[in-house]
Design a protein around this ligand. Structure first.
Ligand code: PHE
Length: 360
């Protein structure tokens, strides 16, 4: 027969088991043993039916109380075990964020991309926007609008990749320079214009310093008052920023381009220091870019009045700048996709060029 004394013994017993459970599975076994369908408490509950009403009046509430107390004790123990398990996991899964990342980073920024980003940063600082054209151009944008006379040698198949004639019989070309972006910009914007246009260009040429595809950056400024002095100042400042030195000695040599008048090539002083090239000072001159005042015919061809508007343009080889700044000797290596070369000459994708903390 069940009596309250037996209940008390049972309660002490189960409470002891609860306290002794060291994990959630063990605790659940205790719960099933007491409160489960065939658990000790449940069996006693079931025996209530066979008791006399007086007995039931005592035992009913006593059993219900016991059930509640055991239930709460189990819940409390469960919460405690969960918290302890979480603490243990947190303690064993700590991460040392000061360690280098794993797996080690593999990708890197190609020197040409790096240089193009540096150029964009430097010229943005001087108020230039970035403009783009397309690699496939028509004769008008690549030559005619740029004041190339009919039959100019640069139109010759020697330099230019011509496409097959299209449906209208037009022979498109792979642009031979970024200067067509001058035309596209002047025809779609109203001055004042200040843009640079970095991108791929194509010429039929292949040796240590020439590849059939290479990169240029074009510059164009058009407004009412811009003159050759501004051109010199901008390029001088650009070179100082790009080569990260205060000391840049340049010279302008008269030259000829159909789309600028007067035209010049700009040379920069340099010297060899072992394998590397130091740009800015030294006793040798290196040609670095072509430039000039935009030819009135070009301004007129774009629908602007050359009596009202004038400005300058320049164009330079990005690959060459990259070779000079980062000391890669052979241009062809730039396009071989050799992982070892990229590992050596590449840049971290996490370090972006900017004027505040340095370009490279
Ligand atoms: N387009 C010329 C070249 O490819 C460079 C240039 C650009 C010269 C703009 C003058 C002005 O050689």
């Amino acid at each position: 027969m069940t009596d309250t004394a037996a209940l008390e013994t049972l309660e002490q017993d189960v409470l002891a088991q609860i306290a002794a459970a060291t994990d959630e599975a063990g605790l659940d076994a205790v719960r099933v043993g007491a409160l489960g369908k065939k658990g000790s408490v449940s069996l006693m509950m079931r025996s209530l039916g066979g008791m006399s009403p007086e007995e039931r009046q005592v035992m009913g509430p006593a059993l219900n109380g016991l059930k509640d107390r055991l239930g709460s004790a189990i819940e409390a123990r469960k919460a405690m075990l969960e918290a302890a398990a979480l603490d243990l996991a947190l303690a064993s899964e700590t991460i040392d964020v000061s360690l280098p990342v794993r797996p080690e980073p593999k990708g890197s920024i190609h020197p040409i991309t790096q240089v193009m980003e540096e150029l964009a940063v430097i010229f943005a600082d001087m108020g230039f926007a970035v403009a783009e054209g397309s690699d496939v151009e028509d004769d008008f944008h690549n030559f005619t609008a740029l004041n190339f006379p009919e039959g100019h040698p640069a139109r010759d198949t020697q330099d230019t990749f011509f496409m097959k004639p299209d449906a209208e019989g037009q022979r498109k070309v792979l642009r031979t320079h970024t200067s067509p972006v001058q035309i596209r910009t002047m025809m779609s914007q109203t001055p004042p214009i200040r843009i640079i246009a970095p991108g791929r260009v194509y010429r039929c040429d292949w040796d240590q310093t020439h590849t059939p595809m290479f990169h240029q950056v074009e510059g164009l400024v058009i407004d009412r008052e811009t003159h050759m002095g501004h051109l010199k100042g901008v390029l001088q400042d650009f070179l100082a920023a790009f080569f990260e030195t205060d000391e840049v000695v340049t010279r302008f040599r008269p030259h000829h381009f159909p789309f600028t008048e007067p035209s010049a090539e700009m040379d920069v002083r340099y010297e060899r220091v072992g394998q590397a090239v130091k740009v800015g000072s030294g006793d040798q001159w290196m040609e670095i870019l072509g430039c000039g005042m935009v030819h009135p015919n070009v301004i007129r061809n774009c629908g602007l009045d050359p009596d009202e508007y004038q400005g300058f343009a320049f164009g330079m080889g990005v690959d060459r700048l990259a070779m000079l700044k980062y000391g890669a000797p052979d241009l062809r290596d730039f396009f071989n996709s050799d992982q070892r070369w990229l590992g050596h000459y590449g840049f971290s994708p996490l370090l972006q060029a900017n004027m505040a903390t340095g370009l490279s």
